[in-house]
Design a binder for this molecule. Structure first.
Ligand SMILES: Nc1ncnc2c1ncn2[C@@H]1O[C@H](COP(=O)(O)OP(=O)(O)OP(=O)(O)O)[C@@H](O)[C@H]1O
Ligand SMILES: [Mg+2]
Length: 232
C-alpha cells in the first residue's frame, strides 16, 4: 500500500533522513521503533507532504504521491494521527470529527460513520463537549477517530500511547488490532512503548540516526532484542 525508496530530508544543513527504504502492506500493522530524535516524526511528516524531501520516492496505492500536496494525499486515503494529537481544542468532539470528514470528498459518507462510535463509545457520550475539555486519553481517541471517519487506506499513528493512562492504551490497542485484522487498511505505527508495539506488529522497522537499520516479523521482535532499541 505504501512504498518508500531512497528518501532523504534535511533541516537546514542537518541531514535527518538518510536513504530511508521500507514498505507498509495492506491488512497489516507495520511498527516503526526508535529512540527520541532519530527522525520518526520527520519521516511521517515527509510521508504526508508536510515537510519537503530532498530526494526519494513515495508510492501510495499504486500512485506516485512524492510531489502531491498534503490535501491530495489525504484525499487519496492517507490519514495521519500526529504526535501530541493536535485536536481542535475549541471545537466540539462532533466538530473535530466533521473536520476529518472534510478531507474525504466524494470518497466517504457525509455523516460520521457509526463504527467510529462503536470503537470509541466515549466520543458519543462527549459529542458536544469541547475537545480541550477531554482527558489526554480521550483526546487521543478523538484524534484516531478523526483520522478514521475519512475511511483511509493508510492510517499513520505517531506515538499514540505517549502520556496516556493504561486502560485507554488497552482500548487503543484493541481498536488498532481490529482495524489491522479487518484487512482493508495498512497501518504504520510509530512507537517507543515496546510491549504495545510488540503486541500489534506484523512487521517491525527500527530507525537509528535517520536510517532504517533493522527490520523483520513482529513475532521475532523478542528474539531480535528489539527492546534494546527503544527508550522504555
Ligand atoms: N523543525 C525542526 N528544525 C530543525 N531540526 C528539527 C526540527 N524538528 C526536528 N528536528 C530535529 O530532527 C531530528 C529528528 O526529530 P524527530 O522529531 O523526527 O524525531 P523523533 O524520532 O520523532 O523523536 P521523538 O521520539 O522524541 O518524537 C532531531 O534531531 C530534532 O532535533
Ligand atoms: Mg516524534
Amino acid at each position: 500500500m505504501l512504498e518508500v525508496t531512497g528518501l532523504n530530508q534535511y533541516y537546514a544543513g542537518s541531514h535527518i533522513l538518510r536513504d530511508v527504504v521500507f514498505s507498509a502492506p495492506m491488512g497489516a500493522c507495520t511498527v516503526l521503533l526508535g529512540r527520541n530524535g532519530v527522525g520518526k516524526t520527520t519521516l511521517l511528516k515527509c510521508l504526508m507532504g508536510v515537510l519537503p524531501i530532498r530526494s526519494g520516492a513515495i508510492t501510495f496505492d499504486g500512485r506516485n504521491v512524492t510531489n502531491m500536496p498534503t490535501y491530495g494525499r489525504a484525499a487519496a486515503g492517507m490519514a495521519y494521527v500526529p504526535q501530541g494529537r493536535e485536536i481542535f481544542s475549541r471545537l466540539t468532539v462532533e466538530e473535530n470529527l466533521q473536520m476529518g470528514l472534510a478531507v474525504a470528498k466524494g470518497r466517504a459518507a457525509r455523516t460520521i460513520p457509526e463504527d467510529v462510535f462503536e470503537m470509541f463509545p466515549v466520543l458519543r457520550d462527549m459529542l458536544h463537549r469541547r475537545g480541550g475539555d477531554l482527558s489526554g486519553g480521550q483526546q487521543q481517541q478523538l484524534a484516531i477517530a478523526r483520522a478514521l471517519v475519512s475511511r483511509p487506506k493508510l492510517l499513520i499513528l505517531d506515538e499514540p500511547t505517549e502520556g496516556i493512562q493504561p486502560s485507554i492504551i488497552k482500548d487503543i490497542e484493541r481498536v488498532i488490532r481490529t482495524l489491522s485484522q479487518r484487512g482493508d487498511m495498512a497501518i504504520l505505527l510509530v512507537e517507543q512503548y515496546y510491549d504495545f508495539a510488540r503486541a500489534l506488529a506484523d512487521h517491525y522497522l527500527v530507525m537509528s540516526r535517520g536510517q532504517v537499520v533493522k527490520q523483520g516479523a513482529g513475532v521475532d521482535m523478542d528474539r531480535d532484542n528489539i527492546r534494546d532499541f527503544v527508550a522504555l
